[in-house]
Each structure stands twice: as C-alpha cells, then as structure tokens.
Design a protein around this ligand. Sequence first.
Ligand SMILES: Nc1nc2c([nH]c(=O)n2[C@@H]2O[C@H](COP(=O)(O)OP(=O)(O)OP(=O)(O)O)[C@@H](O)[C@H]2O)c(=O)[nH]1
Ligand SMILES: [Mg+2]
Length: 131
Amino acid sequence: MSKKLIHVAVGVIENSNGHILISQRAEHLHQGGFWEFPGGKVEPSESVLVALDRELQEELNLRVHEATPLLQVPYDYPDKSVLLDVWHVTGFSGEIRSNEGQPWRWVARPDLINYAFPPANSPILNAVLAL
Ligand SMILES: Nc1nc2c([nH]c(=O)n2[C@@H]2O[C@H](COP(=O)(O)OP(=O)(O)OP(=O)(O)O)[C@@H](O)[C@H]2O)c(=O)[nH]1
Ligand SMILES: [Mg+2]
C-alpha cells in the first residue's frame, strides 16, 4: 500500500542573537524524544505559511511575521512519508510558552550538532549551518 504524503510546515526560527529555536518531541509522538524545528501538518485549505503561523502559535505561542523558504525535504519513514517544507523565520512575536509542555531552547548554530534530530532532518541541519 502506498503511504500518504504528509506535508509539514517547519520553522527554523532565528532570534536577534543568531540562535535557533528547537523543541523536544513528546515520547508518544512519531519520532518521539528527538529534538525538532517547531511546526506541524499543513491542513488542506492552508498555505504553508498560514500553517506555520498557526502551528507555532498553537505549540509555542509565537506569531510569524517574516519568513523565507529555506528547503524542502521529502523523506520516507517506514510508517509514513513526509514532505518537510522548511522556512527560515526571522520575524516573529510573542513570549514563548510551550503549550504542550514540551522542552524548548535557543541554541547557537554550531551547537545544534549536539542534539539528536529525526533522520529526515540531516539536510535541514546542513542548510541551517550554511545560513
Ligand atoms: N515539526 C517537525 N516535524 C518533523 C521534523 N522532522 C520530522 O521528521 N518531522 C515529522 O513531521 C511529521 C509531522 O510533524 P508534527 O508531529 O509536528 O505535526 P503536528 O504538529 O501537526 O502534530 P499532530 O498531528 O500531533 O497535531 C511527524 O511525523 C514528524 O516526525 C521537524 O524538524 N519538525
Ligand atoms: Mg508539531
């Protein structure tokens, strides 16, 4: 059976110090325990940017004001296929509040290699390190 392709809006959020926001996926979720760039599934009626703004608001209480496309990563997990639509977010507002209790932190770019990300994320890490 062919797997449905899941379109995911992902934000590489950079603050004025050049640090990047990561959060940790809850254990019970797909790829649980790994760190991630915040985001979530694009609903059928949404543009990616609208989905990104909604997901960051739902998960972290952040609104997106400025973002540019960074890269798209198609990846086949054994149980699902995803298309990670990754945006570089340079303008945002709001005090971070982790609405689902997930840990989060701002990380200097070179330190990102010390965190375990899902297998699909390797190209994202490379793109972020090259920003
Ligand atoms: N947000 C996010 N998802 C990622 C990353 N890397 C990666 O493989 N994914 C995968 O993308 C898929 C969708 O992301 P998600 O779980 O955040 O979706 P969501 O917020 O809408 O979750 P929900 O369905 O529980 O409401 C998951 O299968 C997840 O494992 C990443 O860096 N960030
Ligand atoms: Mg999510």
